[in-house]
Write a protein that binds this ligand. Sequence first.
Ligand code: NAD
Length: 485
Amino acid sequence: MSGRILKNYVAGEFVDGSNLFDNINPVDGTLVCQVSEADKKTVDKAVSAAKEALKGPWGKISRKDRCVLLMKVADEIENRFDDFVKAEIADTGKAHSQVKNIDIPRGAANFRFFADLATKQDEKSWDMETKDGKGATNYIVDKPIGVVAVISPWNLPLLLMTWKVAPALAAGNTVVVKPSEETPSTATLLAEVMDKVGVPKGVFNLVHGFGPGSAGEVIVSNPDVDAVTFTGESSTGVAIMKNAAVGLRPVSFELGGKNAAIIFADADFEKAVAGTIRSAFSNCGQVCLCSERVYVERSIFNDFVDALKKEAQAIKIGRPEDGSDMGPLISKVHRDKVMAYFSLALEEGATLITGGGVPEFGDSRDNGFFIRPTIWTGLAEDARCMKEEIFGPVCHITPFDCEGDVISYANDSVYGLAAAIWTTDMDKANRIARRLEVGICWVNEWFLRDLSTPFGGVKLSGIGREGGIHSLEFYSEPLTICVKH
Ligand code: NAD
């Protein structure tokens, strides 16, 4: 695929920026393609195009017709399903089954779901009495916020970007999207889809580049951006919020996590082990919802550690097309970061149960960024490896003796994104779930999502909620009109 250059999509045209950067395949370190980095002029043009488009046909189109167009986007993603799968795999090295069953279908589903939801929104009106007896009627018009900056990460590239683009467009906004520099390909395909189905020029703009000192920072600093929706690291959220504070622009942030899984002795043991294998190691541990802290009731601790070790060692690591369960980490830089935590854990007194290093294949995969699924025990609750998000295929298992202890361990974190509880005692599950400081808590499950429900985190894990009506509310400004009779 090398020789190809991914362009920016601005005002309905595919355009070059000033520099090129490499898009590297994490499976073997080869070049996937080059990417044109949007310079300030290009980003500013994208924002102006988005602002202008609000005054054009997009600003006048009915909600129904707007949503019909978004349904066509979903159809066209499905028509080009194989292109999307190939592009996502080339950028991320993810297992083929995951991209085919989760990433790309959810990309299309996001458009269908939010188009359908926006179409079904009722008009709201309230009659009121007045002293003259004639009354008045209040009604609400949900207007778009305007130009929305969408900044997305690399771990679920199409899925997480469309999770924001779809409701933003369904609510009538225009967008300037910056995908992660690590995963520019499916965003570029989405621009082709927007072009093909006839989304008006300037409604969807795509700029490639990095964060600080590049396209990401430039978008957020542009005063014509009316709102910022971002998924990524909590520290990046802080940097973005500083820029968004100028002009008091609203933000919606989905940030990092250090999630707990809690396994009681009365849990269905096999299900808890299988669920925790998924929650610790899915997507090579690169899911914000992954369980990096696993708490197991003491009476089953040793059995659970043995079982999790056995299953972790059975995970097949390899190329996406080889039917492997786990691909590589996203980049060399990220693997270096995860490996630094592997060393730190041992310095902090961890016992290595399994993993802890890099597999050797004896072929080109040795130039990629693979890493072994890793389990530790023995760390103190205040160890850095128990506090900081690692974002790799790694979990620590701690024994606990009572509900009170495990609730305080789970909540003792600057993050508050997700938790999973494994038990057959539903009273206990409900009692504990309510006390956890998180945005979502699964009971006997992990990563089961109904797109209608609010999604987001507390503490350093985010600001606001997206999902269903919560997304449409963020991307809309309600205008109350009071008419005196
Ligand atoms: P990141 O914060 O490094 O980058 C995310 C995006 O922000 C990229 O597009 C990047 O170029 C851009 N960016 C970086 N600095 C910027 C700046 N100063 N101004 C504007 N844009 C900037 O995150 P990542 O490494 O791509 O993703 C991994 C992180 O995302 C993890 O912390 C993970 O937990 C989090 N995440 C959270 C959720 C959630 O729903 N809560 C979902 C997925 C990932």
